[in-house]
Write a protein that binds this ligand. Sequence first.
Ligand code: SF4
Length: 371
Amino acid sequence: MTPDSSRVGFPDSAAETGIFGDVTDIRPLLDKALAGERLTLDDAGVLLSSDDWTSMVKVGHELRNRRHDPAQATWTAFRVINYTNFCDVDCSFCSFKDEIRSSRGYTLTLEQIEAKTVEARDLGCDAIFFQGGVNPDLPLAYYTEAFQIIAHRHGMHVRALSPVELWRLAEKEGISLETLLEVLKQAGLGSVPGAGAEILTERMREVLSPKKLTAAQWCETMGACHRAGLPGSCNIVFGSTETVEDVAAHLGYLRDQQDRTGGFLSFVPWVFQPQTKNFPIRHVMSWEYLRMVAVARMFLDNIDNIEVSIMVMGRELAELGLRAGANDISSIVIEENVLASRGLKTMRAAERFLSEAGFQPRRRTLGYELL
Ligand code: SF4
């Protein structure tokens, strides 16, 4: 991406955010990670400030190989159904949403959802990722009927609803989060995405998504999901004006939540895409992304799987990510309307990609069971 000075608050260089340039010797921290000792937030800060990324990716890969078969890497096949793009949350980076009741937005009918489900099943997918804007006009029955169709009528796994969608739905229905989750689970909900975290510090939420949940509310919601038997993933989206401290704090929130409720099956690092001109965005260098993968593998010692998103990062970087700490490519994804996709679209392409990257491809479910 070429820097565009018309963008809001575009940093002149990555150095402004303190993300690299530190010359502290990181070997003691790498040895600590290799010895299985837990890294502190300060340790994460030092690693995230260092440009010795080649040392970090070696350790990330070593730790990945201790936890997973070094010869294998995994993939999965799911369809994203973006059921509505009406949303009243107004995240500064989002170009997907439309104003509530505007003439441009859409909400899929149950018939359309069923048709997309059948199409995905016939293509060999075993899961539907059901995600949309926060649309206050949709009643709980819309979700329960959709999940029943996907899960009970067509036997597909349903991963659905980010924390802000769940929180707002519970508020609208006047029920507790726990009750809502139980109703949705009965209807067929199988797991939840960790979407909407972006960067879990109040400073960054003010910049990116002031109307979304606070960091504490996000964690509270994910904890309620985990306790209800609804596992899922978590992520970071970076490449704005976050500082090293913001990133370390974000990783700390995730690790603490995982210690408490243990439902994060995987962690996925993503970078912001230039969807709008309303937020500060910077170019994330390839090595910086690989450093994030490696630091995640070292710091998040209680999360088994690190995914690289081919859809967002592209094939070359995903291939390197599998040598930096990641063990999964988070693909294939059929239909994605929120982000520009650079991803794999067929099962054959996923297997071929992993074979050419030097791994035995293993298909998994969204719940990380090997097929
Ligand atoms: S990112 Fe999600 S919650 Fe935020 S404005 Fe877009 S659709 Fe709404």
